[in-house]
Write a protein that binds this ligand. Structure first.
Ligand SMILES: [Zn+2]
Length: 240
């Protein structure tokens, strides 16, 4: 199959509000000497952020389950159906052994940076400038000895600014935009980062704005169309 015509892009911006402490960890190599036990990932200015890869990875997994695309061996789903709600949005790695040329990723997820103002009301309660330290214990089953450890978390109330870009190709209409909003909704009822089954990482999308930029926009005509503005995802999904 040949490549389809490119028609434009949807730009979706939203606030991510942290509802329960969020821990997106970093690799051990990044540990500073004398630093925290389990630090969260931070930008070069020391502020926690949400990597686009974390958002995209989690939304992909949830979408695979939702659309019944999880394979028996648990590997990443990939297929050559150009309308696949998972591969069409999140992409597939190009398979050199097939002649499938339309393994295109429509979705880009940007890193989501902290809105510093959102933490101002909490500053008196935080252990570090932008984060809280949660103390947890695991109990040794034989000796009953507690093994205390610390987790750094982004506190409930923090807001991050997220941006998603969805490419539009001939025949797509707003299908893949809808799949994106759906994946965002699935994420709200799941969790981001670590320890989700123990209460961490609940988030909510707010103030969602969808803008459409057609092909001419990229020739400098500057005309974009606001397709929708919603205070919640439910509202956005109802109107799509
Ligand atoms: Zn697929």
């Amino acid at each position: 199959m040949g490549a389809k015509n490119f028609l434009g892009k949807y730009i979706v911006t939203a606030e991510i509000e942290v509802k329960t402490g969020l821990h997106i960890g970093t690799s051990k190599e990044d540990l500073e000497i004398g630093g925290l036990d389990n630090p969260v990932i931070k930008d070069p200015k020391g502020r926690p952020y949400i990597p686009g890869s974390s958002l995209k990875g989690k939304m992909r997994v949830l979408s695979e389950f939702y659309h019944g695309k999880v394979s028996g061996d648990g590997s990443v789903h990939k297929c050559s159906d150009p309308n696949c709600p998972v591969c069409g949005l999140f992409g597939t790695s190009v398979d050199n052994n097939s002649n499938n040329t339309f393994a295109r990723t429509r979705l880009i997820v940007r890193d989501a940076y902290l809105d510093e103002k959102s933490l101002e009301p909490l500053s008196d309660f935080l252990e570090t400038k932008w984060t809280e330290l949660k103390h947890e214990n695991t109990i040794n089953r034989v000796t009953s000895k507690a093994n205390p450890r610390q987790q750094e978390r982004v506190p409930a109330g923090a807001i991050f600014n997220a941006e998603f870009v969805v490419d539009i190709y001939e025949g797509d209409e707003d299908k893949f935009l809808k799949y994106l909003l759906q994946a965002m909704k699935l994420l709200e009822d799941d969790y981001l980062g670590g320890s989700g089954s123990r209460g961490y990482g609940k988030i909510e999308f707010k103030n969602i704005r969808v803008v459409k930029r057609e092909k001419d926009y990229y020739l400098g005509n500057g005309k974009e169309e606001e397709v929708g503005k919603y205070s919640t995802l439910n509202e956005a999904l109802k109107n799509k």
